[in-house]
Design a protein around this ligand. Structure first.
Ligand SMILES: Nc1ncnc2c1ncn2[C@@H]1O[C@H](COP(=O)(O)OP(=O)(O)O)[C@@H](O)[C@H]1O
Ligand SMILES: [Mg+2]
Length: 410
């Protein structure tokens, strides 16, 4: 049923609307002079609906017509979006023509447990350290954690360049405009970019994240294996927090209302493998080493693996600055061969031992224990193996280098 109402008051990114039978989550279009503003009912009180505007509400005035319309919460999604860069509304920002694709709802739900398929295949990324030691299962959810400037976004670029996926969806949420431009220049042709930079309103940033997730969902429904990149989940959570606080929810840890983590979980749960098609999620999580940071805490528990970047490795110019001993892939064991698993375990142990003996070795003390001594002798080879420039490495080459490295540690 379509209900017609009226705008009563306008705030920065929310509208108060008199709208009969309004209910939370409903889509609303406001026909303002010269513009259409879409939004979503986020609260109903005393005959007024609070509508979060997904578009800038600069031109809206009290008295404008507001209509409940499901398509306010839809966007053009599907194959036609590949090779394109769009904003939170699905409008092109790449200078190209409007995207001609069927309108689909932005709200998508996670697959039911019985619809999920086991993760039993690997997703090669072309990044040696990941493919060899932190192998990602197709359909897994992986977080790239690190402080600002540790190389999270650059690692995402490398993964997008080197990954064997049918399609890539890149959601840029709350990052700088320059990054969007870099992605537009560098993204492969089978990638779709959805972008809401830090200057956009919180509802727009949330809508962009949902659009990226819904786009990945639409492609998986066609049987494609999709890589979904989100940069960054921390900024997405920040936008959810802003909206929840504005709605009057009570702040919890570090100012985050508890509902934010439920929403975050629901979004990340959409990823996964199904029979025919998968979404592998690789998301960045800003973490400055503060263990009490609730977003990285929540993300860690929601994800199937974490790749920890280290600012000291970055400062030493050792890129990608992956701190292997602090990283883990929970899907690795299901998707690699026994040989690969054994080789990787040896290298993991050697890297952990190097980290443990680093202080002593800096003081000139060499380890005497046999394994630690072997690790110390192999250090230059280990560092060379982990270090990688911009070119993706063929997974077969990665595995044979890993095997050779492991042999020196036996
Ligand atoms: N693989 C790399 N090779 C060389 N320099 C890198 C690499 N990754 C990151 N950097 C350097 O670190 C800077 C910050 O990287 P970026 O990916 O933007 O970090 P983050 O997203 O974690 O803030 C880059 O501008 C670049 O100078
Ligand atoms: Mg970044």
């Amino acid at each position: 049923m379509i209900a017609i109402g009226k705008v009563l008051a306008v705030h920065a990114s929310a509208l108060e609307v008199r709208l009969p039978f309004a209910s939370i989550g409903e889509g609303v279009c406001v026909h303002a002079q010269g513009s259409l503003v879409r939004g979503e009912v986020s609260g109903v009180m005393q005959g007024r609906a609070i509508v979060l505007a997904h578009d800038p509400c600069g031109g809206v005035r009290a008295g404008d017509e507001a209509v409940s319309e499901a398509h306010a919460l839809c966007a053009p999604l599907g194959m036609q979006l590949l090779g394109r860069c769009v904003d939170a509304r699905g409008c092109p920002i790449d200078g190209g023509r409007a995207v001609r694709a069927p309108l689909r709802p932005l709200a998508v739900s996670a697959p039911h447990p019985h619809e999920r398929a086991a993760i039993d295949d690997s997703l090669w990324t072309g990044v040696r350290a990941i493919d060899a030691l932190l192998t990602i299962g197709r359909g897994a959810r992986i977080g790239i954690f690190g402080p600002p400037g540790a190389g999270k976004s650059t690692l995402l670029h490398a993964i997008a360049r080197g990954t064997y996926a049918d399609a890539i969806v890149i959601g840029l949420i709350g990052e700088r405009g320059r990054e969007a431009e870099e992605w537009m220049r560098a993204a492969p042709r089978h990638a779709a970019i959805v972008c809401a930079t830090s200057d956009r309103s919180a509802p727009e940033r949330i809508r962009a994240a949902r659009l990226a997730i819904a786009q990945a969902h639409a492609l998986r429904s066609r049987g494609l294996h999709v890589l979904l990149i989100l940069d960054s989940v921390a900024r997405y959570a920040g936008a959810l927090r802003e909206v929840a606080l504005a709605r009057g929810e009570t702040a919890g840890r570090a100012g985050y209302p508890p509902g934010v983590f439920a929403q975050l979980a629901a979004s990340l749960e959409v990823a996964g493998a199904m029979n025919g098609g998968s979404i592998t999620l690789v998301a960045t999580v800003l973490s400055d080493g503060d263990e009490r940071d609730p977003v990285s805490d929540a993300a860690r528990s929601l994800l199937d693996g974490h790749i920890q970047l280290s600012s000291s490795l970055a400062a030493a110019g050792r890129f990608p600055a992956i701190d292997v001993p602090l990283s883990a892939s929970r899907t690795m064991n299901e998707v690699v061969s026994a040989r690969h698993r054994g080789d990787a375990a040896l290298v993991h142990a050697a890297l952990a031992s190097l980290a443990e003996t680093a202080d002593a070795r800096r003081l000139g003390m060499q380890p005497v224990e046999a394994q630690a001594a072997k690790a110390a002798a192999a250090e230059p080879a280990l560092v060379a193996f982990l270090r990688q420039g911009g070119r993706p490495e063929d997974p077969a080459a990665t595995l044979s280098q890993l095997a050779a490295l492991a042999d020196t540690l036996r």
